[in-house]
Design a protein around this ligand. Structure first.
Ligand code: NAD
Length: 334
């Protein structure tokens, strides 16, 4: 079946890794009509805004997008395109599976966790101000509605995917109101899912436990900032950001993107690991009901990584983005 999908190549390594994913999808037999739109630094130069309406319109129309990373200026400049996109499209759930099954970490062999991050509020609400000289304020917004929605999503995800445990990660010992509301809401929702075990954990302890005994975690539900930080920590356990895919779900929309950013330090050097975006594309195929294509891609990735011949520098090898992609494609077509 032919699919019409929005493509946002993004900034930095974005165009390199998304074009690798497009090549892989094509060779794996996916029939896709791409609608490419620009967001990020280039869009700002060209259209005067980093997130033109055409991007939002295209995703609303096609319902599915593959997105490369977009640069956000630090300490000033334009508001994050990612945050605006997620808010505008109500992409409330960010799902990031973290697994050691690709064998890229010698330290951790039994990692299989799924991070479910609330995507629309918390300190990402963008409510910041200078309240006096030398005093700045960022508001952390947590609502019952958004907490309920993400908690339900996490338990439903656990149920549908044969998982048995959901951890709510919080700092409710200090932020008794905001994190307290999130935690209490998760606990209430857990009562409707008697077959799924529920536990809670304070975020700093969670970080330590993930490094010491990551195998104890199954599904984790977190507010926006903790979800962001814990995802990168989880990526580090299993071989780095180049291996972790992700999806942002709305009510009827899904935007597939890697956890990693635009990696300006390696952009344009043909050395980025394209696998995180390729695995995001694999998840996209599954979402579209193309399990056969998804399985084909996943199998090829596993074979490629097991052979350890074509690894990009982040995985300890010397292969270029193109060489890795070519090797993956020959695995798919052979
Ligand atoms: P980053 O993820 O871009 O890079 C962190 C480190 O990981 C760098 O050393 C980079 O070289 C490496 N890395 C990341 N992806 C890689 C890949 N595919 N292959 C090999 N190495 C890879 O994080 P950062 O440096 O904190 O952020 C850079 C920019 O990206 C910032 O502007 C940030 O706002 C943006 N960002 C965007 C997204 C997104 O669009 N979803 C997510 C995170 C960060």
């Amino acid at each position: 079946m032919k699919h019409r999908i929005t493509l946002i190549p993004g900034d930095g390594i974005g165009p390199e890794v998304t074009s690798a994913a497009q090549r892989v999808l094509k060779e794996a037999g996916a029939e896709i009509e791409w609608e490419a739109v620009e967001a990020g630094a280039l869009a700002l130069e060209k259209y005067g805004t980093p997130l033109p309406d055409s991007v939002l319109d295209s995703i609303r129309k096609n319902k599915v997008a593959l997105k490369g990373p977009v640069t956000t200026p630090v300490g000033g400049g334009f508001t994050s395109v990612n945050v605006t996109l997620r808010k505008q499209l109500n992409l409330f759930a960010n799902v990031r599976p973290i697994t050691s099954k690709y064998g890229m970490s010698d330290r951790y062999l039994n990692v299989d966790m799924v991070i479910i991050r609330e995507n629309t509020e918390d300190v990402y609400a963008g409510l910041e101000q200078d309240i006096a000289p030398g005093v700045a304020q960022t508001l952390k917004i947590i609502t019952r509605v958004a907490s309920e929605r993400i908690a339900r999503f996490a338990f439903d995800y656990a149920e549908k995917n044969g998982r048995h445990l959901v951890h709510a990660v919080h700092k409710a010992n200090i932020m008794k109101k905001s994190d307290g509301l999130f935690l209490n809401t998760c606990r209430e929702i857990s009562n409707s899912y008697p077959d799924i075990q529920f536990k809670d954990i304070i975020v700093d302890n969670c970080a330590m436990q993930m490094v010491m005994r990551p195998e104890q975690f199954d599904v984790m539900v977190l507010t926006n900032l903790y979800g962001d930080i814990i995802s990168d920590l989880g990526s580090g356990l299993v071989g780095g950001l180049g291996l972790v895919p992700g999806v942002n779900y709305g009510e009827d929309l899904a935007v597939f993107e890697a956890v990693h950013g635009s990696a300006p330090d390696i952009a344009g050097k043909n050395m980025a690991n394209p696998l995180a975006v390729i695995l995001s594309a694999e998840q996209m195929m599954r979402y579209l009901g193309e399990d056969h294509i998804a399985n084909h891609i996943k199998h090829a990735v596993i074979v490629l990584l097991t052979e350890r011949q074509y690894l990009t520098p982040d995985m300890g090898g010397t292969a270029t983005t193109t060489e890795l992609t070519d090797a993956l494609i020959s695995e798919i077509v052979h």
